[in-house]
Design a protein. Structure first.
Length: 256
């Protein structure tokens, strides 16, 4: 008796303004296997430099330290590219300059320069979509490469968890109530993780507001001094809360 054949699901073409974060489907036709990330030797200084760069990136800040170290160990390099060379994975730049080039109205234009400490190529992996721009060396450049398999198996889960949390918070902010999910995802892509030590002052009452904050982990104490009360009014912000938006909406000094 022949074994039942379970066909793969049919391909579906979805056209939207922007693709969602991609996650691979698994079932009888596509079995999940144990993933063993590659390990490339590095000096302590190289590992520390890559740790500092990735720790500043939104993509990697949701990872636990042990997972981040797995990602760093899986980065291949250092790769030395010459002017005119292009890359096709996620790359971390540790030396040199690279130009991001897009065709706008039929003309190739440099829209961004990637320098030491930058990374590029992440959005094509994150959304499983074609590259939005070409990247070429302006001068001899040293890079570290992260392959798609390691990215999908180690990074994606943490990224998706963080994006969902940020999407929930941003959806509750009145300022963003009328914008689309696609536009919210654009905002999420622009978020930058900041780690603050206990007791650090994030904003001061009366200052000009330049940033909006979301508490991802921990607690933040807000205090406000008014003419009616000599003692400051206190409020605690916890994970999922946000603050700093009123100064941006009203174009006014910080109220607390």
């Amino acid at each position: 008796v022949e074994e039942d054949f379970v066909p793969p699901p049919p391909m579906t073409v979805v056209r939207t303004q922007r693709q969602s974060v991609s996650a691979e489907a698994f079932g009888e036709w596509n079995q999940r296997v144990v993933f063993e990330p590659p390990v490339y030797p590095k000096t302590p200084d190289q590992s520390q430099e890559l740790l500092e760069v990735t720790s500043r990136s939104f993509l990697f800040t949701s990872l636990e330290e042990k997972d981040l170290r797995v990602v760093i160990a899986a980065m291949k390099g250092p790769l030395i590219l010459e002017p005119g060379d292009a890359g096709d994975a996620l790359y971390v730049v540790t030396e040199g300059v690279m130009d991001c080039i897009k065709v706008i109205d039929g003309v190739e234009m440099v829209v961004k320069a990637c320098v030491k400490g930058d990374l590029f190529g992440e959005l094509a992996l994150l959304y499983n979509c074609p590259r939005a721009a070409s990247v070429q060396c302006r001068e001899a450049t040293v890079l570290w490469e992260l392959d798609r398999a390691t990215f999908n198996n180690i990074v994606m889960e943490g990224v998706q968890r963080k994006r969902n949390q940020c999407l929930t918070v941003l959806s509750s902010v009145p300022l963003f109530a009328e914008i689309s999910r696609s536009e919210l995802e654009n905002i999420i892509d622009a978020l930058k993780m900041e780690r603050r030590p206990h007791g650090d002052v994030i904003i001061r009452q009366g200052e000009v507001g330049e940033h909006f904050y979301i508490v991802y982990e921990g607690q933040v104490m807000a205090s406000k001094v008014t003419e009616d009360s000599p003692d400051p009014v206190m409020m605690v912000h916890e994970a999922g809360d946000y603050f700093g938006e009123l100064a941006l909406i009203l174009d006014a000094p910080r109220a607390a």
